[in-house]
Design a protein around this ligand. Structure first.
Ligand code: SAM
Ligand code: SF4
Length: 323
């Protein structure tokens, strides 16, 4: 499907829950938040009905996110259902990895195509300080388990924080021996990320080159669903990626929309624009299709994170949006 700016929209990020087993400082307050009531959260059957319609409209790639998607029971059932839709090309998950190792076999049986594991440090104490939980051992065991699966697309996502040089270097180092993409996602001023200082891509590149040698643009086959720019480091089996919404705005090539756990179709990360699809579930497919069509036509042209006080700006935390 095409939006009002002529961009092809073929990718849907589905937040299956706002709940999480970690409390990353840039995402959620330490004390947690008031969770969405259970009866507001879309059932899997409802998500699948909406995704069938999205599929008929041209969406072929689905990402499961949260909150932490693996805290929701039976996610394998949703993966299998999405894979069974006729137009699906890929179903992937973004997870903190804490629960992934034990769930991986069932997710693979269901047809999962790829795994993104969010990891901001390899140091146990800093992990505990950043996430306010002790889950590094489990996340690393999950990463190893995922890397051991032939053909599974595995990525590590890190939101680098100011002064975290040692962590960036250690995380990038994971791609030295392993066929893995380590991606650095610039902190965005959403929810708890507001007021924190992002570390710039230039600073990151400088630190990685000082540690590992000069970076070259990655020349291999295109990979992934979106705005990541990949680079190669000398002698590395894997690659390094940069997703820099702030310093290298990529809205002109945006291919995605988001579905929140309570069924709001969100058309831009920065804005509250979109349409509540849950109330339309009592109607026939044509009403839902029309609502999606209108919302996508009105998808904002670009974010304006650099501007203060943007009208209709996003007021939710990232755990409610899905990243
Ligand atoms: N819990 C899962 C996880 O951590 O991967 C999925 C949901 S989480 C909201 C998705 C991604 O958003 C994570 O990689 C997280 O680091 C990132 N994220 C959260 N808050 C962010 C912010 N303010 N700016 C940039 N990325 C953020
Ligand atoms: Fe949970 Fe992911 Fe947010 Fe961390 S980034 S608190 S793991 S939803």
């Amino acid at each position: 499907m095409t939006d009002g700016e002529g961009r092809t929209i073929d990718y849907l990020r589905i937040s299956v829950t706002d709940r999480c087993n970690l409390r990353c400082a840039y995402c959620m307050p330490e004390e947690g938040v008031a969770w969405m009531p259970h009866d507001m959260i879309l059932r899997y059957e409802e998500i699948l009905r909406l995704c069938r319609i999205f599929g008929e409209m041209g969406v072929s790639k689905f990402k499961l996110t949260g909150g932490e998607p693996l805290v929701r029971r039976g996610l394998e059932r949703l993966v299998a259902g999405l894979k069974a839709l006729p137009n699906t090309r890929s179903v992937t998950i973004t997870t903190n990895g804490v629960l992934l190792e034990e769930r991986l076999p069932a997710l693979l049986d269901a047809g999962l195509d790829g795994v993104n594991i969010s990891l901001d440090t390899l140091d146990r104490e800093r992990y505990r300080a950043l996430t306010r939980r002790d889950g590094l051992g489990q996340a690393l065991a999950s990463l190893d388990a995922a890397l051991a699966v032939p053909g599974l697309n595995v990525k590590v996502n890190c939101v680098p924080r100011e002064g975290g040089r040692e962590d960036w270097i250690a995380l990038a180092g994971l791609a030295r021996e392993k066929l893995l993409a380590v991606r650095f996602i610039e902190l965005m001023p959403i929810g708890r990320g507001r007021g924190l200082s992002p570390c710039t891509e230039g600073e990151l590149r400088g630190a990685l080159e000082a540690a590992y040698g000069p970076m070259a643009p990655y020349e291999g086959p295109a990979m992934g669903n979106g705005p990541c720019r990949y680079a190669a480091l000398p002698g590395f089996a894997g690659k390094i990626g940069f997703i820099s919404a702030m310093s290298h705005q990529f809205c002109h090539g945006c291919n995605r929309v988001r579905l929140t756990a309570n069924g709001f179709l969100k058309t831009c990360l920065q804005y509250e624009t979109g349409v509540a699809l849950r109330p339309l579930l009592t109607q026939d497919d044509s009403a839902i299709r029309a609502a999606i069509e209108t919302a996508v036509q009105n998808k904002p042209a670009a974010h304006q994170f650099a501007r203060q006080g943007v009208e209709n700006g996003e007021e939710h935390n990232m755990n409610q949006i899905g990243g």
